[in-house]
Design a protein around this ligand. Structure first.
Ligand SMILES: *[C@@H]1O[C@H](CO)[C@@H](O)[C@H](O)[C@H]1NC(C)=O
Ligand SMILES: *[C@@H]1O[C@H](CO)[C@@H](O)[C@H](O)[C@H]1NC(C)=O
Length: 202
């Protein structure tokens, strides 16, 4: 390598190098063996097949089912704090795999799942830390995911949470979601929430 680098770099040599580098890049994208002498470099987004960024909107309903024989949301950490003025105790944590449906009725068309966790992370108000992946099941979005991480003060009319990334068609995703409670059963604690997703992706 050192010997090659010391000779004059002719335009044709440069071309060969570019070809080597781009084929090395393709090899790594294809999961094949690659050379181990480059740690980081700038890439042309076109080489990644990236098209112009676009904005997509999705609307669906998220069903947090706590009650019954087949809950989709389960308490995994119990709160040790007793504060009867709060619905959920400080520290209470759920893991969930909730249905995402087209309409507010849970039996309407399934378009994806919301998989994640929420924890009551405020001591004197209702505000959850939510970390969840939306995995879509529809058409060209099937198998692609959007990751949302944020604060959810569940009693507010509209809550906004940031989109922190995505996979598949949502690679390089950014944006936000708006959550609005559609129904909430105070006895069972089952909830249906309308989500509007505004996502920038390529
Ligand atoms: C219980 O919650 C209320 C607000 O709803 C707050 O004012 C109070 O400090 C809390 N008490 C404890 C012990 O955390
Ligand atoms: C989504 O992908 C899964 C697995 O690849 C497949 O079984 C399923 O039929 C697909 N669904 C739709 C609606 O294309």
């Amino acid at each position: 390598m050192a010997k090659v680098a010391s000779v004059h770099i002719l335009p044709s040599t440069f071309l060969v190098f570019s070809l080597l580098f781009s084929s090395g890049f393709l090899a790594s994208e294809a999961g094949e063996e690659e050379t181990h002498d480059v740690f980081g470099r700038t890439l042309d987004p076109k080489l990644m097949g990236l098209k112009k960024e676009k904005l997509s909107h999705f609307r669906f309903y998220w069903h947090d089912i706590v009650s019954g024989k087949n809950p989709s949301s389960i308490e995994v950490i119990h709160s040790p704090v007793k504060n009867s003025s709060l619905l959920l105790g400080f520290g209470l944590t759920h893991i969930y795999d909730n249905r995402l449906t087209m309409g507010p009725d849970i039996s309407s068309k399934l378009v994806g799942r919301g998989q994640g966790l929420f924890a009551q992370a405020a001591q004197d108000e209702m505000a959850l830390l939510m970390a969840q992946n939306f995995v879509f099941l529809e058409g060209k979005y099937n198998g692609s995911t959007i990751t949302v991480l944020g604060r959810n003060p569940i009693l507010a009319t509209v809550r906004e949470l940031p989109i922190v990334g995505g996979s598949g068609v949502f690679r390089f995703a950014s944006g936000y979601v708006q959550a609005r409670t559609y129904s909430f059963d105070l006895n069972t604690l089952d909830a249906t929430v309308e989500y509007n997703v505004y996502v920038l992706h390529h």
